[in-house]
Design a binder for this molecule. Structure first.
Ligand SMILES: Nc1ncnc2c1ncn2[C@@H]1O[C@H](COP(=O)(O)OP(=O)(O)OP(=O)(O)O)[C@@H](O)[C@H]1O
Length: 264
């Protein structure tokens, strides 16, 4: 039987230095298929850099990322693109194409230079439905609002049917309804066999409610790693952000109440 841990994404002692400073310092973590993992931490903590390493888009100065029991950077580019769907923080849309064409580009790791097959078209339509973008399929992407564009780009990643969805601030710019849709989508994605989600988040409340596991980064080092209520404690949040917080009971579950700056 195939080892269930085969699909895990493993960061081993990742170290990245930029501008003479350690942006990641020996970060190690195993990201499990079947889980939604949130990476939180203050601005500049190294979250995007960690995600780029996990996606195989940045070569660390030391350490490595492993997938399928081998270094991710050793996978042929196309195979890596089939396994890892990456949603960057400030996605650019360079071409004036319609939404359906943009989403179809997500099939490139499968279709290559040939046109889209029936299976490719079906994956595109499914991604449009899941992101509620079907009614905008014919719209020129340059005319979309920021939130609509974010959903179109999420659809492009989903159309590629990756095993891993790595998303940098995927909820930024989405209204509350579409944030809930995106949260449901991430949870449903991670529930499929062999699939997992890693995302960076600034909203600690969402991390608490959405994630199975939370990693807290500060100055490039992991200072907490565990289930949300164990990782997002007032002591950890004080260390990470310099803020005082309290966990309070909301009508639907625990909430993080922001009290103020420690030195305020
Ligand atoms: N080319 C570069 N040269 C020097 N420093 C860099 C370079 N690129 C990034 N950095 C620094 O690396 C650090 C980590 O950046 P990163 O984008 O990973 O942080 P982040 O946690 O995602 O931040 P944010 O929450 O603001 O998006 C930051 O201090 C950033 O200024």
């Amino acid at each position: 039987m195939k080892d269930a841990r085969m699909n895990d994404l493993v960061a081993e002692d990742l170290t990245v230095a930029l501008g003479g400073r350690a942006v990641l310092a020996r970060v190690g973590a195993r990201f499990r298929a079947g889980q939604v993992t949130a990476i939180v931490g203050p601005n500049g903590a190294g979250k995007s850099t960690l995600l780029a390493c996990l996606a195989g888009l940045r070569r660390p100065d030391a350490g490595q990322v492993r997938l399928d029991d081998g270094p991710i950077l050793a996978l042929p580019h196309r195979q890596r693109a089939r396994r890892i769907g990456f949603l960057p923080q400030t996605p650019e849309v360079a071409w004036a194409v319609d939404v359906e064409t943009l989403v179809g580009l997500g099939r490139t790791p499968h279709s290559g230079a040939r046109g889209l097959s029936d299976a490719d078209h079906a994956a595109v339509q499914a991604a449009l439905v899941r992101t509620r973008m079907t009614s905008l399929a014919r719209r020129d992407v340059t005319t979309l609002s920021g939130g609509e564009r974010a959903r179109a780009l999420l659809a492009r990643v989903l159309a590629g049917e990756p095993s891993w969805l790595l998303a940098d601030e995927p909820l930024a710019g989405l209204d509350p309804g579409h944030q809930l849709d995106a949260v449901d989508l991430m949870r449903a994605f991670a529930a499929e066999p062999g699939q997992g989600v890693v995302m960076t988040l600034h909203d600690l409340g969402v991390a608490l409610r959405l994630a199975d596991r939370v990693l807290v980064l500060r100055d490039g080092a992991l200072i907490a790693d565990g289930p949300p209520l164990e990782a997002l404690t007032p002591a950890v949040l004080e260390r990470a952000y310099g803020v005082r917080t309290a966990i309070v009971s909301g009508a639907w579950g625990p909430l993080i109440e922001l009290i103020g700056r420690v030195d305020g």
